[in-house]
Design a protein around this ligand. Sequence first.
Ligand SMILES: [Zn+2]
Length: 78
Amino acid sequence: MSTHGWTEPDDGVDVRHVQPYEADKTYRCPGCDHEIGPGLGHEVVVPRERPEERRHWHSGCWHRAARQRERASRSRKR
Ligand SMILES: [Zn+2]
């Protein structure tokens, strides 16, 4: 089930990597509040319960946020 490790955190989101050739619009990254321009590879994060609330993240921002979340959940579980 869990084939992509950190891309399946327990808050129920699906993460898909968008290739540069697939990125044809400008999005705003919630991680740094900067734009993701067309032609830039990035990540699409889709809550499984609310697929209409998908978000586009810079890969670097998403990885950093995922690491922080992992660390936070680990310390919460002691
Ligand atoms: Zn960003």
